[in-house]
Design a protein around this ligand. Structure first.
Ligand SMILES: Cc1ncc(COP(=O)(O)O)c(C=O)c1O
Length: 333
């Protein structure tokens, strides 16, 4: 087993009780007439309604506390899971939290970010600007806080955040070894990259037990690959592990569910939300998990993942957003 010391040496703030459940999808097994279907429930965590970002926040808050920060800054849209979970975790850690929302300050957006203020964060709406301008506004806010004598820490370093999912790959591997037939395939959302790159790196450290399937929910393949490459190389540099390049990884990109892009539902993503709700009683939402679930169902129902090879989808959370998505549904009122 590879030695995780260089990762475990990083300061970490404890937020996630591990392992999160590895749940059998027996309803889909029955429906599809196959066995070996699982979901890793990273949505079932104890803080802030859970989700993948909590694994990253363990490292980000660890770094913030080590640097003796007294306030963390985070940026995202009004329904951002990262913002919500940062607000919750920062409160627990005794840190103030300033959220920079790249959204208009409309009543609807204030409602969408209500939980952030409930968790004690200050929310600042800077209008519907792009990622770059949002980053610049966040840096400017941090500089202003420094001038006022505060010690800010900006949450979001992709490489540091990815370490949470290097550990998650080890966690899933250990759970998988306890099953009658170990997992062969893991399906994950393809998005900004830290979650996926961390998991793929952990998979490489383990000697590639998993075929990793990324269902893109945000970028075209070239952009997703470039992001993953940067983070993957960054993890190698930071941890000192040389596992070979990303091109050696058993990695499959699935672009068919991207549709109109990030946050834009497709008929298949809505069908997947309905199918998971009615078959397993599990909630998934339009932005991240529904398209991933649609990709998973497509793979396991149509031969992309052979019937005798156990497969697992990682539920990365985000369920809170579902409550703001009611109007996007075509088939459920
Ligand atoms: C629920 C959920 N799933 C998946 C992702 C994608 O993770 P990453 O940004 O690490 O690619 C996010 C990102 O915000 C998310 O909130």
């Amino acid at each position: 087993m590879p030695d995780l010391k260089s990762i475990l040496r990083e300061p970490r703030y404890d937020l996630v009780k591990v392992p999160t459940p590895l749940q059998r999808l027996s309803g889909f097994e029955r429906k599809l007439g196959r066995s070996g279907l699982f979901m890793k429930r990273d949505d079932l965590m104890e803080i802030g309604l859970g989700g993948n970002k909590l694994r990253s926040l363990e490292f980000w808050l660890g770094a913030a506390l080590q640097q003796r920060a007294d306030i963390v800054l985070v940026a995202g849209g009004a329904t951002s899971n990262l913002c919500r979970l940062t607000a919750a975790a920062a409160s627990m850690a005794g840190l103030d939290c300033l959220i920079v929302h790249n959204a208009e300050e409309s009543p609807a957006n204030r409602e969408r970010s209500f939980l952030n203020r409930l968790f004690g964060a200050e929310t600042r709406f800077i209008g519907a600007v792009g990622e770059e301008e949002r980053g610049a506004a966040t840096k400017a806010a941090a500089a202003e806080l420094t001038r006022q004598g505060r010690t800010p820490y900006i949450v979001g370093d992709a490489v540091l955040g990815a370490l949470g999912y290097v550990l998650a790959a080890f966690e899933l591997h250990e759970q998988s070894q306890r099953e009658a037939a170990p997992l062969r395939h893991v399906v994950l959302a393809g998005s900004m990259g830290p979650t996926e790159a961390g998991f793929i790196f952990g998979n490489a450290m383990l000697g590639y037990p998993f075929q990793v399937h990324l269902v893109s929910v945000e970028y075209e393949q070239a952009e997703l690959e470039a992001r993953l490459c940067r983070i993957y190389d960054g993890i190698a540099e930071r941890t000192g592990f040389s596992v070979g390049g990303l091109e050696q990884a058993p990695l499959h990109y699935h672009m068919a569910h991207l549709g109109g892009g990030w946050g834009v539902p497709t008929p298949e993503s809505e069908a997947a939300i309905v199918a998971f709700a009615r078959t397993e009683g599990i909630l998934v939402e339009h932005v991240y998990t529904a398209k991933t679930c649609a990709g998973f169902l497509d793979l396991v129902a149509n031969g992309g993942i052979p019937a005798d090879e156990p497969a697992c989808i990682i539920h990365t959370g985000g369920t809170a957003s579902l409550f703001a998505q009611r109007e996007q549904f075509q088939t459920v009122s």
